[in-house]
Design a protein around this ligand. Structure first.
Ligand code: PRP
Ligand code: URA
Length: 212
């Protein structure tokens, strides 16, 4: 059962669902998979960043003074290597000023536990930081929980998790450990198989994005 505490947003926009369906299709070749992944990433980042803070400013247009807004959050992107790089590429397009902290995690194929192989975080981050953990697949949730743990003691303003697809098991795992994390995902699928893959899912995201 998915708890009502943590906010889970399933992004139902038809462009998102259309891209996701093409990604699910086993016939979609790697080049197309990568293009669609970037497209889906942009749309999901847009949905996930809807709550960013902004303040009013004045702006001089060619016609004279006007009013506008400027974003005030300190945005941090935390792509989980390797598949999260595609979400990070899209997010940088939308938010060129974002700071990026890569998180190297790989799932042990036998135990399904996340093993950390890279992270280089500062001891402190600005209090107004909004951290976006980026990983296309939320399966058992082991990788997401490990990535969130890296930021959870740094007293940031908010932590978000953005995924293409989630398994109910992964959402539950994140909610049990970090009820305040806001999850934005394209779909919540049926279940995990005995190898920890999301069913129906889309297969191995990293392998399909990078053609390996
Ligand atoms: C995949 C995926 C997530 C993780 C999800 O990465 O990109 O990081 O599995 O599974 P979990 O929720 O059960 O932890 P993988 O370890 O295959 O590494 P890769 O991105 O380098 O292929
Ligand atoms: N990682 C993937 O790439 N796909 C899954 O279905 C689960 C974990």
């Amino acid at each position: 059962m998915i708890s009502a505490h943590s906010s889970v947003k399933v992004a139902k926009h038809p462009l998102i669902q259309n891209a996701l369906t093409q990604l699910r299709d086993y016939r979609t070749p790697s080049s197309e998979f990568r293009r669609l992944s970037l497209q889906l990433s942009r749309l999901l980042i847009y949905e996930a960043m809807v709550g960013l803070s902004a303040k009013e400013i004045g702006v001089e247009t060619p016609m004279g003074p006007g009013k506008g807004v400027v974003l005030t959050d300190y945005v941090i992107l935390a792509p989980v290597l390797r598949a999260g790089l595609v979400l990070s590429e899209a997010a940088q397009d939308l938010f060129p000023g974002a700071r990026i902290y890569h998180v190297g995690l790989r799932r042990d194929e036998e135990t399904l536990k996340a093993i950390s192989y890279y992270s280089k975080l500062p001891e402190k981050l600005p209090a107004e930081s909004s951290v976006f953990i980026l990983d296309p697949m939320l399966a058992t949730g082991g990788s997401a929980v490990a990535a969130i743990s890296l930021f959870s003691n740094l007293k940031v303003q908010s932590i978000h998790l953005v995924s293409f697809l989630s398994a109910p098991e992964g959402i539950k795992h994140v909610q049990e450990n970090f009820p305040n994390v806001q999850i934005t995902t394209g779909a919540i699928d049926d279940h995990l198989n005995e190898h920890g893959y999301i069913v129906p899912g889309l297969g191995d995201a990293g392998d399909r994005i990078f053609g390996t």
